[in-house]
Design a binder for this molecule. Structure first.
Ligand code: PAF
Length: 283
């Protein structure tokens, strides 16, 4: 496995790889890898000649009061996991390498990025789309894998790719859970044992919501969200949002909605967790 620290090295490698006609699969991450990330890597490995994983805790997607400084990092562990999963290139730049000190250009998606995490974390998606756009330019991937735990992020990136004609196929990959149902996240390591067991209420509440929506249809969506808030609050969570939106528009579902994204963001202690269920709308 080759490790690159500079943009120039990655871009030169990617150009040479493309010239030789090889398929490049990209997996952008912020490191502190877990089985969810590795499922993206395995998907990329199965489809690409060359798999590039990026490890970069992107400062532009964190708000001033968020956890940038304490975001977990363990390069040696990430490196070993990538080697074990057959990654070809690890790109792990410093922030000063990725962004010029006077960087003043952004990529911003202004529609799908508005609700949910975009409403709670105003800087978040602008930072994500900007860094992902830069990574696409540098790594020149044929396709890139993103996890559906961050479903809204996936949809925003798909929209960016469509609108700005990036020549890359986005492959959304299934959300991965721990055996007890907690959605895998690098931030789970912040949770105490007590918070972790209480946080299982998020998945429980969303599953209950899915079942009700499947039985009764989207007419009961508001009640489903209220009930989920009750279940999570009773377990000690501080709910940021529980909402059901049309997956295609990220707006309240109308008559033509085919799939609802039932999504939650919840604080347990100081840790903000997100989770979701994608629910097909029965006609
Ligand atoms: O999902 C993440 O880990 C990040 O938002 C991403 C896509 C790597 C951009 O920094």
């Amino acid at each position: 496995m080759i490790i690159f620290r500079t943009k120039a090295e990655l871009a030169a490698f990617a150009s040479e790889t493309r010239r030789s006609g090889k398929i490049i699969g990209l997996v952008p991450t912020m490191g502190y890898l877990h089985a969810g990330h590795m499922s993206l890597v395995d998907t990329a490995r199965a489809k690409a000649d060359v798999v590039i994983v990026t490890l970069f805790v992107n400062p532009t997607q964190f708000g001033p009061t968020e956890d940038l400084d304490r975001y977990p990092r363990d390069f040696e562990r990430d490196k070993k996991m990538c080697e074990e999963h057959g990654v070809d290139v690890l790109f792990a730049p410093e922030a000063g390498e990725m962004y010029a000190a006077d960087s003043s250009t952004w990529i911003e998606e202004l529609d799908l990025a508005k609700p949910l995490c975009g409403a709670s974390r105003p800087a978040f998606y602008r930072g994500v789309t900007t860094v992902v756009g830069k990574l696409f330019h540098l790594a020149q991937p044929d396709f890139a894998c993103f996890g559906l735990k961050d479903a809204q992020q996936c949809f925003v990136i798909e929209r960016m790719v469509r609108d700005l004609d990036f020549q890359v196929k986005i492959i959304p990959c299934p959300l991965v859970r721990d055996d007890d149902g907690l959605a895998l996240s690098s931030r789970n390591r912040y949770l105490s044992a007590d918070e972790r067991s209480r946080a299982l209420s998020i998945h429980r509440a969303l599953l209950e919501g899915r079942k009700t929506l499947e039985e009764k249809g989207i007419a009961v969506l508001d009640d489903v969200c209220k009930k989920a808030v009750e279940v999570i609050t009773a377990a000690g969570g501080r709910v940021d949002y529980v909402e059901g939106l049309d997956r295609a528009t990220m707006k309240a579902p109308g008559a033509d909605c085919r799939e609802v994204l039932l999504a939650a963001a919840v604080f347990f202690g100081t840790t903000r967790l997100i989770d979701n269920e994608l629910v097909e709308v029965k006609r």
